[in-house]
Design a protein around this ligand. Structure first.
Ligand code: TPP
Ligand code: NAG
Ligand code: NAG
Ligand code: MG
Length: 571
């Protein structure tokens, strides 16, 4: 009887995708399941990949991109077709903007039904085009291992970014034998290749070092490109052997401790306004760095740009461009300096000027921070949070931050002492990243507490993911600065408030007194409502020690913060 013969073991596409991912070292996946990818999520779990299931693909995508940043390996987002893929574009585009490695994998329509109005039909390859470095549709199970490796390799090499893999539902149902599957995997592994990166020549390194050596007011600027390249030790050596002051971009904070004596963070305007040579490592001269233009920068400044992407350097010419991985290039610079070392020293006029200005600004800020202002302004609770975070010691908590006033004040007040411990709205100033980033951080660094400091508007974009925190029991404490809306209260001029809808809430206003802390209680997490320094201190002490999901709703004066100067009419 034919039935008595052993049948060859069959592997379907779901299993082969999971196996290819696992073979490539993927250990986490973020996403939202449904037809046709639920099987893929289950197969991934069976292959030892932790699947973090979200409420919304936007948050899951932000999580995947941040996971890529924190680990240096592409974060994976899994979505269904059509609307799932479209929601995933938020994460994909944010990954591209931040130059973080990520792969979006979406199911798509059966290839035979394309153009006939199939369930959740969309030309996803066209949809991802503006937001991805590379995309590919697998049209047959035999292509799976090769397609999986290609998206991973493109996402993670060269300048990192988002890549896309399209899995039509008919392909998801195809099978091969176990022996064929293994052969496909082995063949595809042999073909794997990383994007070639041009590496800077020794003569360019010599030029850079000579520029730095001759500079009267040199500055070292670094950003999240240096963070992803794990250049912290090389940068520390460079800064400490040369005595050149440094300035991190917001997410570069922590590569060297904010408390370092050569940190120019508190003297930023002076540092960028007066430096004559700026070595910029893994940071783009975009809006965050005022495009490198006057009047913020001196018109005579010479830039030395270290970037993995040659086109980025071409864009910014004239400058001396050093193409390559930030860590490798800084190590080459260190080696060249070692031949003939130089150090500015504490009494160098430039170092002294920066140090003096920093101290002045820090003293001014600390005088403001020392006051206990109630109802809370932004500074008082931020100081209390800073002290609680610093009190945690090492490994330092990962700080996630979004919002307008809340993020700006947090950037100035919170202290980063360890690399890759700050995640914020980033290059795009994206609101809604907070909860996804918290989840990615907790999953990537289980030894660290995660503390989110969020505006109430920023928080609201992805607030339902507090359930995800509770479900996976992640050690995340979300602190919401509740000032009743975007930037705070209704800040319109009375003359502006006319017309038939004048009695509607202002476009910036949310329900006053929103009880955000009760949201997490709906799922069994811990909520706190605080309005005084004592209440906040006690909520922080308790939730930090518990290392369990919590939301602290901090009542902030709706008229504190940036635009309060315009609010005289309210008095
Ligand atoms: C995706 C996205 N949508 C909208 C905005 C515009 N935006 C900038 S900040 C902000 C929210 C600011 O309010 P909040 O988070 O409460 O911070 P606050 O200033 O009140 O502390 C918004 C909606 C944005 N940056 N990104
Ligand atoms: C997939 O490709 C293989 C090898 O080229 C081929 O034999 C098979 O028929 C294809 N399957 C489908 C469903 O097209
Ligand atoms: C429930 C509750 O007490 N909510 C408070 C939260 O914050 C707002 C505005 O900042 C206060 O007005 C509420 O009383
Ligand atoms: Mg707000």
């Amino acid at each position: 009887m034919a039935d008595n013969y052993p049948q060859p073991l069959l592997v379907d596409t779901n299993a082969l995708v999971a196996r290819s991912l696992a073979r490539a070292g993927v250990d986490r996946m973020f996403g939202v399941v449904g037809i046709p990818v639920t099987g893929l999520a289950n197969r991934a779990v069976a292959h030892g990949i932790r699947f973090i299931a979200f409420h919304n693909e936007q948050s899951a995508g932000y999580a995947a991109s941040a996971y890529g940043y924190l680990t240096g390996r592409p974060g994976i987002l899994l979505t269904v077709s059509g609307p799932g893929c479209v929601h995933g574009l938020a994460g994909l585009s944010n990954a591209l903007a931040n130059a973080w490695p990520m792969v979006l994998i979406s199911g798509s329509s059966d290839q035979r039904d394309v153009g006939r109005g199939d369930f959740q039909e969309l030309d996803q390859i066209a949809a991802v085009k503006p937001f991805s470095k590379f995309s590919v549709k697998a049209t047959n199970i035999t292509q799976i291992p090769s397609c999986v490796f290609q998206v991973l390799d493109h996402a993670g090499s060269g300048r990192p970014g988002g890549c896309y893999l399209d899995l039509p539902s008919d392909v998801l149902h195809q099978t091969v034998t176990e022996a064929e599957a293994e052969k496909l995997l082995i063949d595809a592994e042999k073909e794997r290749k990383q994007e070639g990166v041009k590496i800077v020549s020794n003569s360019e390194i010599e030029k850079a070092v000579s520029l730095l050596r001759k500079a009267e007011r040199p500055l070292i600027v670094f950003g999240k490109g240096a963070a992803i390249a794990r250049a912290e030790n090389s940068l520390k050596k460079l800064v400490e052997t040369t005595g050149i002051p440094f300035l991190p971009t917001p997410m570069g904070k922590g590569l060297l401790p904010d408390t370092h004596e050569l940190a120019a963070t508190a003297a930023r305007s002076l540092a960028i306004g007066k430096c004559d040579v700026a070595l910029v490592v893994g940071a783009r001269l975009n809006w965050l760095l005022h495009f490198g233009d006057p009047p913020k920068w001196s018109k005579d400044v010479s830039f030395i740009l270290v970037d993995i992407c040659e086109e980025e350097i071409e864009l910014r010419k004239p400058c001396l461009g050093l193409v390559g991985d930030a860590k490798e290039v800084v190590e080459m610079i260190n080696k060249e300096i070692k031949e003939d070392p130089f150090c500015l020293g504490k009494s160098h006029p430039w170092v002294e000027a920066i140090s003096k200005k920093s101290k002045e600004n820090v003293l001014k800020m600390e005088a403001q921070l020392a006051k206990d202002v109630v109802p809370f302004n932004f500074l008082t609770p931020m100081r209390i949070i800073r002290d609680a975070i610093v009190g945690m010691g090492s490994p330092a908590p990962i700080v996630v931050s979004e919002g307008a006033n809340t993020m700006d004040v947090g950037r100035a007040v919170l202290v980063q002492t360890e690399p890759r411990t700050r995640l914020d709205a980033g290059t795009w100033g994206t609101m809604g990243v907070g909860l996804g980033y918290c989840i990615a951080a907790a999953v990537a660094s289980p030894d660290r507490l995660v503390v989110a400091v969020e505006g109430d508007s920023g928080f609201g974009f992805s607030a339902m993911e507090v359930e995800t925190l509770v479900r996976y029991e992640l050690p995340v404490v979300v602190i919401v600065f509740n000032n009743g809306g975007v930037y705070g209260g209704d800040r319109r001029d009375p003359e502006e408030i006319t017309g038939p809808y004048k009695d509607d809430p202002a476009p910036t206003s949310f329900v006053p007194g929103a009880a955000y802390h009760t949201l997490i209680e709906a799922f069994g997490g811990k909520g706190y409502l605080v309005g005084t320094p004592e209440e906040l201190k006690s909520a922080l002490a308790e939730s930090f020690a518990a290392r369990k999901p919590a939301v602290i709703n901090v009542t902030i004066d709706p008229y504190a913060g940036a635009e309060s100067g315009r609010l005289q009419h309210k008095n």
